[in-house]
Design a binder for this molecule. Structure first.
Ligand code: NAP
Ligand code: G4F
Length: 376
């Protein structure tokens, strides 16, 4: 019998990769979507209409919708990926973040219990390295104390503890994956990596002059999202329900990410100034396209803006993936940092060019329409 999985957050970066992964394993995959006035299903558009992929309206803030859906789908596994996942946004919308990222986890657990599935349904909770926050040791492992440092992290800490509580109180198979930052061509465009790769591509093609960033010194352990969804599944296939750190064990700064991204877009950067006055300046140009678009050596293409500083920032994340390597047989180095940056820039170079070509076609069509009129 094929297993049935229910994914919350199916429209997100991880939800889309996990859906592909589980479908390839022969699962019946059900995803939760919520009503929106605009199309936000781009990442899963290629899966819609395929035989084993099903979408249902529900919301993490609506207990009844979750109870009814879990009762209808009767999943063997639930992957709870839904969240207000942007740390900076959590300072502006702390109550919504707590409702979805903290109480939402409780709602899922209670939906499973209400439907008497606690002995058969396994639950994966998307936990985060943000729990380590103002870090108490480097690198961080399953035994490192938590010190959450944003409304997002505090909400996710509740999610982590309520999962552990239900595991111990009701003997449920529920686990947290403590995932460090993972990125991809499908990463949301306001997270720092994607913001950089899109801007580098636009600047190389003359579509943007300057990229404004916040803390360039911030250090992250960046992996590839496609590699990380496998771990979510492996955690639920483990003999016992346990929590795991998932990371690469390699750390880089935001500045290093930007330098490498611009390099792959054909622009070498040098850095000048400090803190708010720091700038990324064009040192050399290795692409005729950027030169043709007017980019010159000496131009400032990266600058710092206080708008992207956070009231409290997490600045030193480095994971120790030893337990996942040992007990899940997972390879944290499948995709290196260098490969990750290269593949994201290659994707965004094509995307910017394609958007531009589409705009050109629309312009020609519009000109033709205006010239000929609608009835001729
Ligand atoms: P993402 O791209 O921001 O996706 C978040 C998903 O949650 C979207 O599908 C979103 O739906 C859904 N969602 C938000 N509020 C909801 C609500 N009230 N009801 C139902 N669905 C809701 O995030 P991601 O990068 O894929 O991350 C997946 C999970 O892992 C998140 O829980 C995140 O906090 C956690 N995490 C991520 C990372 C990382 O580096 N990516 C690291 C550690 C942990 P809409 O499309 O409708 O907005
Ligand atoms: O890309 P970020 O916004 O990711 P952040 O805050 O680490 O959160 C992501 O990873 C977490 C796992 O550790 C997830 F739990 C969470 O859901 C999310 O996926 O910022 C990374 C760093 C920060 O220190 C930030 O201050 O980059 C710094 N940064 C510098 N300039 C910037 C910018 N971040 C953003 N988003 N935009 C900037 O312009």
């Amino acid at each position: 019998m094929a297993k049935t999985a229910l994914i919350t957050g199916v429209t997100g970066q991880d939800g889309s990769y996990l859906s592909e992964f589980l479908l390839a394993k022969g699962y019946e995959v059900h995803g939760i979507i919520r009503r929106s006035s605009v199309d936000y299903r781009e990442r899963i558009a290629h899966l819609e209409g395929t035989p084993h992929f099903h979408l249902h309206y529900a919301d993490m803030s609506d207990s009844m919708s979750l109870v009814k859906l879990v009762g209808k789908v009767m999943p063997d596994e639930i992957y709870n990926l839904a969240a207000q996942s942007h740390v900076q946004v959590s300072f502006d919308a702390p109550e919504f973040t707590a409702d979805v990222d903290a109480v939402g986890v409780l709602r899922i657990l209670e939906a499973v219990r209400t439907n008497h599935l606690e002995k058969t349904c396994k639950i994966y909770q998307a936990s985060t390295s943000e729990l380590y926050g103002k870090v108490e040791e480097v690198p961080q492992s399953e035994t490192t104390p938590f010190h959450p440092y944003s409304p997002y992290a505090v909400a996710k800490l509740y999610g982590f503890w309520i999962i552990k509580e239900y595991r111990e109180a009701y003997n449920m198979f529920c686990c947290s994956g403590i995932l460090f930052n993972h990125e991809s061509e499908r990463r949301g465009e306001t997270f720092v990596t994607r913001k950089i790769t899109l801007a580098a591509a636009r600047i190389a093609q003359g579509k943007q002059n300057c990229l404004y960033l916040g803390n360039l010194d911030s250090l992250r352990d960046w992996g590839y999202a496609k590699d990380y969804v496998e771990c979510m599944w492996l955690i639920l296939q483990h003999n016992t329900p346990e929590d795991f750190v998932i990371a690469t064990g390699v750390q880089h700064s935001v500045r290093e990410f930007a330098t490498l991204a611009f390099h792959h877009a054909g622009i070498e950067l040098r850095w000048e100034g400090e803190e708010i006055n720091e700038k990324g300046i064009v040192a050399s140009i290795n692409t005729a396209l950027a030169q043709a678009e007017g980019l010159k050596v000496g131009d400032t293409v990266v600058a710092v803006s206080p708008d992207f500083y956070r009231p409290t920032d997490v600045v030193n994340l480095l994971g120790d993936p030893s337990k996942a390597k040992r007990e899940l047989g997972w390879n944290p180095q499948t995709t290196s940092f260098e490969q990750l940056v290269e593949l994201m820039v290659a994707h965004d170079m094509k995307k910017v060019a394609a958007d531009d070509a589409a705009a050109e076609i629309r312009k020609v069509n519009l000109a033709e329409y205006l010239e000929k009129g609608v009835d001729k």
